[in-house]
Design a protein around this ligand. Sequence first.
Ligand SMILES: *[C@@H]1O[C@H](CO)[C@@H](O)[C@H](O)[C@H]1NC(C)=O
Ligand SMILES: *[C@@H]1O[C@H](CO)[C@@H](O)[C@H](O)[C@H]1NC(C)=O
Length: 562
Amino acid sequence: MEDCCRGSLLSLLPSLFLLLQLFLTPMSVSTEEFVVIGPSDPIVAMLGGDITLPCRVSPAMNVENMELRWFRSKFSEAVFIYQNQQEQREEQLAQYTGRTSLVKDFLIQGEAAVRIHNVQAFDNGLYTCFFRKGSFYEEASLELRVAGVGSGPQVHIQGPEEDGVRVVCMASGWFPKPQVQWRALSGEKFLTFSETHAQDPEGLFSVEAALVVRDSSSGNVTCSVLNPILGQKKGMAIFIPEPFFPQTSPWKPAFLVILTVLTLLLLGAAFYIKREHTTKCREMQEWEKLHREKEEDQQTKKEALKGRGKAGQRPRQARVAAAWRKARLYAGLASLATLSAVSVTLDPESAHPRLAVYDENTSVTWKDMTEGMEEETCSVLGHDGITSGCCYWEVEIRNGGKSDWVLGVCRGDVERKGWYVELPKKGFWVVGKYDDKFCALLETEVSLGKVPHRVGVFLDLKEGDVSFYNMADGSHMFSFSLASSSGTLFPYFRLKPGDVSLTICSVLGGPVETPVPLNNSPSLEELVSLSGQGFSSGSGVDAALPGAEAPLLLCSPEALSP
Ligand SMILES: *[C@@H]1O[C@H](CO)[C@@H](O)[C@H](O)[C@H]1NC(C)=O
Ligand SMILES: *[C@@H]1O[C@H](CO)[C@@H](O)[C@H](O)[C@H]1NC(C)=O
């Protein structure tokens, strides 16, 4: 500033020097020194109003003839110039043209002030007042603060957002930059909201502040815009009706959290249990299935016994199913090498003299056709006694419809001389044809329907029962419960005079050897696990299952030929 002063002064130097010579020398006026004093505090001016920027010299002296100048940051940015007792307009900044005047009332007392009319935002800032008398000059700084209160805020609901309602507050025409506050009805301040400011060409500020109200109990929400210089504020309240809020109860988030945690826990538990269970299940599955089948089978037998011939009334499907279970058991057994050699043969020594045992001890028929022997019961036993385990054989009955016959098992110690009855209490568990009826022999005869052509006998000493199957269709016909003290059992066959013959069918493909009862045979369960197939469907066991038309066992060729 001083540089530029000096610059301009330098150009004037020669003329000034002459002037000084002219004035000072004859009048012998001594140069007086002074200081310029401005207001110590900033001057606040209202937008659009008038303001004076006063300065004075000290000691007080007449400043009418001094050069007085108010400028902004640079000497050249003149706001007002007073020289030679006149206002000079050449150097004045365009923004102040027509808006400035000098307050001349106290020039004699050393006080000068510039009045600015219609204060603008532009007028805000620092000023310097400059006083010069001759070659001596002094200056002082002063600050003008412009303040303007703009429009009152306008608040409106913009819409739902996230978990609340977005409200926006707008105000304009403020100077300087206003402060915005959001308050709830309770007076509590909202601390977080977004705020944007803009300045118009005249330098005035507009503000836009957005708030998301999450608590529907906030009631009225107030937006206040504050002028920080004046401390003046304008506000507006808005009432946000309940329906504007998203329908969220405070319990909902808590509930969701609890639900999520519970779900995770349940899933975890379920996964753990399932994994534990799966391994156990796999181990137990075969056992369980086996057990179930056995139980069902026992049930079948019980019902058969209870029903005493009502078997015919049972649904055919159930009977077939039960029978096939046993048949499958046996098929599983038969597939094992240990059983392939098993066959039942007749013991000719045990045969009644009137019976003929033939065809390698597998068939029996009536030999002596002479009359008068009807009073005797003529029977033959299997070669080997059975003491434990399971044993199965099939018997083909030829001309079975014409004369009576009986087959089954009997105790080894039964009396077979003369005439005797074949009842369980006497040690006989048999089915057969009596007087044109096919029946099981209990205390009373239990009719079993049509006379079969092929009967399967399944002796299970482990379970203590003997079951009879009609091998034409695989259906279960009858089961006896054996007395626990049955002792050794033998296959039993009995004929009455006639064409009838009974033939034991040989084991499939196996050689007909000495009959071997399944004395030390492994238990069913062991056999099943040995075979590695269990009862699972689609296994080799099923594949080897004979159909109803395909009997398990082959009868000897001679027996099959008529
Ligand atoms: C809430 O504001 C509305 C105007 O938006 C006003 O009419 C009402 O009286 C106010 N309620 C309270 C409790 O301040
Ligand atoms: C039939 O049984 C008799 C007497 O037990 C025996 O001597 C004979 O070898 C047996 N025949 C066959 C083929 O097994």
